[in-house]
Design a protein around this ligand. Structure first.
Ligand code: NCD
Length: 335
């Protein structure tokens, strides 16, 4: 296959002499740093892992054998931590989890000292979740291996957006002209930020519905249109993505009461009827049933893609771990 002449950071993919697409990033820190083709490339890579995970009882691949993956989680997590762990293990990596609650972070160690310590252990890839926006970038700047952002503060959660995009692409066939309504605590949500950027980059029309107090100022810069009217935002929607109220990030009251919030912004079967008849319901989890979503919607097998999102999470994380460690595995020409 001929080598394309575009620069690595150009709009089109470049290929090495063997015809492999070059992913021009050392780390995966934010969707805002990715070009549309780079997002599509990671989704295509993930498709391979969906097929492998579904088809075979023997899911172990082994291509990361001998590499050490450290999952450093400074914030609670169920889905993201577990799926990064399963993804690493299916690829054959030695996976080690560091929980901040039981680490020296609680003894006052600075983030930079923690980064230097992780680096001295010669990890080959580090996955980090942190409560402060920008913390993952700070660690990435201090270590010698690829870093994956598993969620930093209110900022970004890139693998969540990739797994959501993969779920949507598989169910709806593409993004062009698709109307995606994201509803909930958008202000505090790294999931919403990454999703707005990702879905807009892929060609979807993104609507955001939230109380004014929970709507960030620069929604339009992230490719979305904001409204406080959830019913209007549901009109004609192909996908409805619900978000949890992130109470742990709220300083004071942002809503009058959970009951009132549910009346205006809770997704019920009646409200879902305002969207397209085949509209897909999504939620990154954890769900607060009876607040932003009712069980009648969340558990509807015809409409809800919530468990499929979890399945796609493993495949997307396998793809990201594989792609980012290609240079450590001496696959030539990788960033
Ligand atoms: C989200 C997160 O942690 O940002 N959850 C997840 O990763 N699946 C959303 C949330 O906590 O509400």
């Amino acid at each position: 296959m001929p080598q394309e002449s575009a620069a690595p950071y150009g709009l089109t993919p470049t290929a090495d002499l063997a015809g492999r697409t070059l992913f021009p990033h050392r780390h995966l820190l934010a969707i805002s740093q990715l070009k549309p083709w780079e997002i599509r490339f990671l989704l295509d890579e993930a498709e391979h892992w969906v097929a492998v995970n579904r088809s075979s009882a023997q899911k172990h691949d082994g291509r990361l054998a001998g590499l050490t993956q450290i999952n450093a989680f400074f914030e609670n997590s169920t889905r993201t931590l577990l799926s990064f762990e399963i993804a690493g293990k299916r690829l054959g990596a030695d996976v080690v989890n560091m929980h901040a609650a039981t680490s020296s972070v609680k003894k006052g160690e600075t983030l930079i000292d923690t980064a230097v310590t992780l680096n001295a252990m010669r990890a080959d890839v580090i996955v980090i979740r942190h409560g402060s926006s920008g913390a993952v970038q700070l660690i990435a700047d201090k270590v010698d291996c690829p870093v994956l952002n598993a969620g930093d503060g209110w900022h970004e959660h890139p693998t969540q957006a990739l797994l959501d995009a993969l779920t949507i692409r598989r169910r709806k066939g593409g993004f062009e002209g698709l109307i995606v309504t994201i509803c909930g605590d958008v202000l505090h949500s790294r999931v919403a930020r990454s999703n707005m950027l990702c879905l807009a980059a892929l060609g979807a029309q993104v609507r955001v519905a939230a109380p004014a107090t929970l709507t960030p100022a620069a929604v339009d810069c992230m490719g979305a249109v904001a409204t406080t009217d959830f019913d209007a935002a549901l009109d004609g929607a192909d996908v409805v993505m619900m978000l949890r109220l992130q109470n742990e990030r709220m300083d004071g009251a942002f809503i009058p009461s959970p009951r009132e919030y549910h009346m205006l912004y809770g997704l019920t079967p009646e409200r879902l009827a305002k969207a397209k008849p085949d509209a897909l319901v999504m939620h990154p989890g954890p769900m607060n049933r009876g607040v932003e979503i009712t069980s009648g919607v969340a558990d509807d097998p015809d409409r809800s893609a919530i468990t499929e999102q979890v399945e796609m999470g493993v495949a997307v994380r396998m793809a990201c771990l594989d792609v980012l460690t290609r240079s450590a595995r001496n696959i030539e020409g990788w960033a």
